[in-house]
Design a protein around this ligand. Structure first.
Ligand code: SF4
Ligand code: SF4
Length: 444
């Protein structure tokens, strides 16, 4: 298969990065790549979707990975798995013994955070450093996660569009599980499908404890929803998310002692990127704008949260403040510096990695570190709201009218021009409501 045919198939099937920002996968395929990586690092603590999917559908995933390597002309296809994911490792080793995947090899990763960050993963697996603000392809690398490659496999072998998302449901739940949820399922219904909450009053964290956001019960599952974490509203992570930026700034002005632990443990800084949160905190807290570079460098923060949720001994919020400044600069039309200076990889990097078990304890999550077994059957919600924008690029354009009967997998939103993806009905039923943002389908 040539690259254009593969791109067309993946665009028609609506395959986007299953997690992260949801970059359309067809647009990632690039013949400059000499290496492709399969990311099975489960970047966030408590998530267990990728390792389970890899162990369950090993052959489909390895076969699609090999095919993508051949199509883009990559010499190496490396499956990157954390050392402690024994079942996934065993399944991949067994699959590789067949000799059917000559380009594919296995690389074991340490159990540290944020191993799933593309910049970190590319360095760990290949020794190449992506420049600040750069893309992996500039170093000849493309990264896919496990669920994305599973969706590629379904698109290639069954012409199946993406209608479901694998989501780890964890926290204060009666039956923690990893579920295939139709896109557009409400978080409230997803929680009910995991046995319901153990506590009456609860808060929802969507995506993961480090980089996730607080969700509402009516929010839908999208192509990038990796996890739903149900927590008591007074849990430290929820309180942190609800804190006011003005208070964060005042606290920084009063108690930041410039210990620079935030910078020493920053994973991007360790790779030589020009982000130094302690300097930012000093300048922001004192409203000192004499060195604008400190603020411009916020563009190179990945928002991983290590500085804020692990490093800072004063429980200050460098990540939150950096994100707010970065967003303010963008709104003002300021762009990321085009040619940033960056340093060699820090010699201390190896000793400054954040062990995941320690991180879970620090976040107050050890108690929720329980199995969330993958249920292979698809769930059937009564109603879904399929968002027209679940990916980076232009939203899809509605292609059905209210009252229409649709089948699961039918195209209900066509790709707009430029970078865009179509969306498909995630359940069969009647189109009950259409807005600018979503199409609601009620099951028959
Ligand atoms: S969130 Fe903090 S630790 Fe992470 S990249 Fe940004 S500054 Fe560095
Ligand atoms: S770790 Fe906390 S106290 Fe230390 S410099 Fe960074 S923000 Fe300030």
């Amino acid at each position: 298969m040539d690259c254009k045919t593969l791109r067309d198939k993946l665009q028609q099937a609506g395959v986007a990065g299953a997690g992260g920002a949801g970059f359309p996968t067809y647009a990632k395929l690039d013949e400059r790549a000499d290496t492709i990586l399969l990311n099975c690092a489960e970047c966030e603590p408590l998530l267990s979707l990728h390792r389970q999917l890899l162990a369950l559908h090993t052959e489909e995933i390895l076969s699609a990975f090999e095919q993508v390597a051949c199509t883009v002309g990559a010499e190496r296809a490396i499956v990157c798995v954390k050392k402690e994911y024994k079942a996934a490792i065993q399944a991949v080793e067994h699959g590789l013994e067949s000799g059917l995947y000559p380009h594919v090899s296995l690389h074991l990763l340490q159990g540290v955070y944020p191993m799933g960050d593309e910049v970190v993963l590319v360095y760990e697996a290949t020794g190449r450093v992506i420049r600040p603000g750069g893309l992996p392809i500039e170093e000849g690398v493309i990264v896919f996660n496990v669920e994305t490659m599973y969706n590629v496999s379904r698109a290639l072998t069954q012409e199946a569009p993406v209608t479901k998302k694998l989501v780890t449901m964890i926290g204060e739940l009666k039956e923690p599980k990893t579920l295939f949820l139709p896109l557009g399922t409400s978080l409230e219904e997803a929680i009910a499908l995991a046995g319901g909450p153990l506590i009456q009053d609860y808060a929802i964290l969507v995506g993961g404890p480090m980089m996730g956001r607080e969700g509402r019960k009516a929010d839908p599952v999208t192509r990038t929803t990796n996890a739903v974490l149900v927590l008591p509203p007074d849990h430290g992570l929820i309180q942190r998310m609800r804190a006011k930026i003005s208070v964060d700034l005042q606290r920084a002005a009063s108690i930041c002692c410039q210990c620079r632990a935030c910078t020493d443990l920053c994973p991007r800084n360790a790779l030589g990127h020009p982000i130094e949160p302690h300097k930012f905190m000093r300048s922001a807290a004192n409203r000192d704008f004499s060195d604008p570079q400190v603020f411009l460098d916020t563009f190179f923060c990945s928002s991983c949260g290590t500085c804020e949720l692990y490093a800072c001994p004063q429980s200050l919020s460098p990540r939150t403040l950096i994100t707010a400044y970065k967003s303010g600069l963008r709104k003002a039309g300021v762009k990321a510096p085009a040619d940033p200076q960056f340093a060699p990889v820090s010699q201390a990097r190896e000793y400054r990695k954040v062990p995941e078990a320690r991180l879970k304890a620090r976040l107050g999550l050890s108690t929720y570190d329980r199995p969330a077994p993958l249920c292979p059957e698809s769930c059937q919600p009564k109603k879904v709201r399929v968002f027209l924008s679940q990916h980076i690029g232009a939203p899809a354009l509605a292609a059905v009218e209210e009252g229409a009967l649709v089948k699961e997998g039918q195209t209900i939103g066509r790709a707009a021009g430029g970078l865009s993806l179509p969306v498909h009905a995630s359940i069969g039923g009647r189109v009950s409501h259409i807005t600018e943002k979503w199409i609601e389908i009620t099951a028959d």
